[in-house]
Design a protein around this ligand. Structure first.
Ligand code: GTP
Ligand code: MG
Length: 171
């Protein structure tokens, strides 16, 4: 019964340093909520979301990984088979942008899907003190064949669009 309620099932994974806003992005996208005191993810969380795209009903399986180093071994086992990977940095924390290369290497090591769509997300664009420019993010994404978008889980900017663009690309 449940299987017949959607036309496609997509597996998406969200990765990036601790505190960049991965869980907040998913909370905004799935429940349209924001929590200033969002708790750091322990291991891996899972959410689902239905989406209507080009007359098709899609079910998104969204895997939210912990950014903390102590969960790396566990989280790396969730890369397998992901069709879309959302790599997030915090544009108000330069170090999280510098670690994007690290996360890209994790994808190369653990993602079994050569055709996985990669989206680089610059989150927290609402904050006044920005340490990474849009151009830097765009350039990195372009040079590494990733899509790019600026978001704010707080103000909703770019959140829905980020998922729509990834899904369009997979379809
Ligand atoms: P881990 O689970 O530890 O890997 O972190 P995470 O990437 O899931 O970050 P989380 O969603 O827990 O957000 C960390 C903090 O940043 C929380 O206090 C959020 O409220 C805040 N935050 C997340 N997104 C935004 C945003 O777009 N703007 C602002 N101003 N704050 C945000
Ligand atoms: Mg989290």
């Amino acid at each position: 019964m449940a299987e017949s309620t959607h036309d496609h099932l997509f597996k998406l994974l969200i990765i990036g340093d601790s505190g960049v806003g991965k869980s907040s992005i998913l909370l905004r996208f799935c429940d349209d909520e924001f929590n200033e005191k969002q708790a750091s993810t322990i291991g891996v969380d899972f959410k689902t979301k239905f989406m209507q795209v080009r007359g098709k009903k899609l079910k998104l399986a969204l895997w939210d990984t912990a950014g903390q180093e102590r969960f790396r071994t566990l989280t790396s086992s969730y890369y397998r088979g992901a069709q879309g990977i959302i790599l997030v940095y915090d544009c108000s924390q330069r170090s999280t942008f510098e670690h994007v290369k690290f996360w890209q290497d994790e994808v190369r090591k653990y993602s079994t899907n050569q055709d996985a769509i990669l989206m680089l997300v610059a989150n927290k664009v609402d904050l006044p003190d920005q340490q990474v420019t849009r151009e830097e993010g765009e350039e990195f994404a372009f040079a590494n064949s990733m899509m790019f978008i600026e978001t704010s889980a707080k103000t909703r900017q770019g959140i829905k669009q980020a998922f729509e663009e990834v899904v369009f690309k997979i379809l």
